[in-house]
Design a protein around this ligand. Structure first.
Ligand SMILES: [Zn+2]
Length: 230
């Protein structure tokens, strides 16, 4: 609700000790003026104000964009709303220029497999789910449940669905490291979380888990079952 943007920002400040960041979700259609295409649609002024204030005040920002809206919304989320992460973002694939830029800049996509079907963001007849493309292209993405009380899917079920589509354990592990690295935790806690993940996945030096060791650059290929076998 655009009219709540200011209140939400105030809540972020008031509860800054426990609030991690600000998000926005909903109708991405924007306000189209007469003769304007959906791509040209303007973001709501109140939302823009709230997110620009959030940036100034050091409040972390994530923006649902390109979930059902056009790829240009992803660009606007990054440029105008100063998004540090993109919720879903599937439609970014429809504009190779914007997508390539996101790949190059390591833009983080919060993907939610079951939710993408329930909301209709990705029609069932889609030849290849955008998350599979993200995985193949080495995009920076994580795996989430979106709204668990609605989707009723556990994280394991999200993993199972992705494995059905051909993602490997390596993709899932990488997604979890990406999630940690894109998290809005204070830097020290983020490093602790990454070190913990390294321990869990048996990576790095157990004597010195905080040693910054790069995650292998090798691209895991989609090895078992392919999208066409689904
Ligand atoms: Zn969502």
């Amino acid at each position: 609700m655009n009219k709540w943007s200011r209140d939400i920002l105030e809540l972020c400040e008031e509860f800054s000790h426990s609030v991690m960041g600000i998000d926005i979700a909903g109708d991405e259609a924007g306000k189209t003026l007469k003769g304007e295409t959906e791509e040209e649609a303007m973001l709501d002024e109140e939302d823009v104000w709230a997110f620009q204030q959030a940036k100034q005040k050091g409040i972390h920002r994530t923006v649902h964009a390109g979930e059902v809206g056009p790829p240009q919304m992803v660009q606007k989320a990054l440029d105008v709303l100063h998004a540090e992460r993109i919720g879903h973002g599937y439609n970014v694939l429809k504009d190779s220029k914007i997508y390539q830029k996101c790949l190059l800049n390591g833009v983080h996509f919060e993907t939610c497999p079951h939710s993408s079907y329930y909301t209709g963001a990705v029609p069932l007849a889609t030849a290849k789910h955008p998350i599979v493309r993200f995985a193949e292209d080495g995009a920076n993405f994580s795996i989430s449940r979106d709204d668990p009380t609605v989707t009723m899917a556990s994280l394991q079920e999200e993993y199972d669905l992705l494995v059905d589509w051909g993602l490997t354990e390596a993709h899932l592990v990488r997604a979890n490291f990406n999630a940690a690295m894109a998290s809005f935790l204070p830097e020290k806690e983020k490093q602790d979380l990454i070190a913990k993940l390294k321990g869990i996945y048996g990576m790095g030096d157990p004597e010195n888990p905080c040693r910054t060791e790069r995650i292998p650059e090798t691209q895991p290929s989609v090895q078992f079952r392919t999208w066409n076998d689904r």
